[in-house]
Design a protein around this ligand. Structure first.
Ligand SMILES: Nc1nc2c(ncn2[C@@H]2O[C@H](COP(=O)(O)OP(=O)(O)O)[C@@H](O)[C@H]2O)c(=O)[nH]1
Ligand SMILES: [Mg+2]
Length: 284
């Protein structure tokens, strides 16, 4: 499901986006509320010139409420509309209202509003399309010039959605970004080893939500190097021969983080990424 981002893939995704943009009035850019910077691509803004643009921080049910509010202020301060959303628990209405408001504020006749949902893998694009289209789902036929197999679906009387989301390529600014994307399941584990991602995540948890590892796994140490062995011991994860299975513990920690079992945790705050660019270059 996730994509390994080689330059060729990025170029293809960019080409496909450029081909589809002329057909739409608004781009709904879906990002992950736990990593709103790492899950966006700053290069998108210049491609969108002239389009209505709404950033949806999805999976807000998994992120810190306070940190998400900070991100919304940060994005809006750059003159981009933004909202927090949970495709799992929020009502469709919460998404429809800001779309309408943005369209009418720009004097765009809502009577013809055509929307493309766009984002990196696994941020919830399909969940959002399903939410918007709801039970009203009714394909209205492929249109000329539209990528084959792609259809406009009517969400409301006035709102048409492309049923195939646009795939955005992440911008790998540094290794931290890679870890953030791996932690939310946006890039494949082949790119960054599971145990390295879990170690990084352990450090983040100890720093940003210090009680989480204790309440979830009964671990009291504040040393990230002991987290995986601690989880393996608590959960009885052993390899034949009696060694602790830290790889299984790593997979479990990442999975439970992704499922929200560790609580509402944001992995970055506005501002902190901007001074961390002395990190080594991260290539995929
Ligand atoms: N907790 C939570 N999970 C979500 C939310 N939106 C999507 N998901 C889950 O995230 C995973 C990826 O969603 P999907 O819509 O397939 O992402 P896509 O790759 O961007 O189309 C699925 O397991 C969804 O159930 C959300 O708002 N909150
Ligand atoms: Mg999808």
């Amino acid at each position: 499901m996730t994509i390994q981002w080689f330059p060729g893939h990025m170029a293809k995704a960019r080409r496909e986006l450029l081909a589809r943009l002329p057909q739409v009035d608004m781009v709904l850019e879906v990002a992950d509320a736990r990593v709103p910077a790492a899950s966006r691509n700053p290069d998108l803004a210049q491609l969108l010139a002239g389009k209505l643009h709404l950033v949806v921080l999805n999976k807000a049910d998994l992120a810190s409420i306070q940190v998400t509010d900070e991100w919304l202020c940060d994005i809006r301060s750059r003159d981009i509309e933004a909202m927090a959303f949970s495709a799992i628990s929020d009502r469709r209405r919460k998404l429809l209202d800001p779309i309408r408001k943005l369209a009418t504020s720009k004097a765009k006749s809502i009577g013809s509003l055509r929307v493309l949902v766009l984002g990196i893998p696994n941020v919830g694009k399909s969940a959002i399309i399903n939410k918007l289209v709801g039970r009203r789902s009714a394909a209205v036929g492929a249109r000329p010039g539209v990528t084959r197999g792609q259809q406009w679906v009517r969400a409301t009387k006035n709102l048409m959605i492309l049923d195939t989301p646009g795939i955005l390529w992440p911008k790998f600014a540094d290794k931290q970004t890679g870890f953030k994307l791996a932690a939310i399941g946006a890039i494949r584990e082949e790119i960054l080893p599971l145990e390295e991602v879990a170690f990084w995540l352990s450090q983040q948890l100890l720093r940003r939500a210090p009680l989480t590892l204790e309440t979830t796994y009964d671990l009291t140490s504040s040393d990230a190097t002991t987290v995986l062995t601690g989880i393996a011991r608590r959960r009885g994860m052993y390899l034949s021969g009696g060694r602790l299975d830290t790889e299984r513990a790593a997979a479990m920690l990442i999975r439970e983080f992704q499922q929200g079992k560790l609580g509402r945790i944001s992995l970055e705050t506005p501002g902190e990424g901007r001074q961390a660019n002395d990190d080594e270059e991260f290539m995929v």
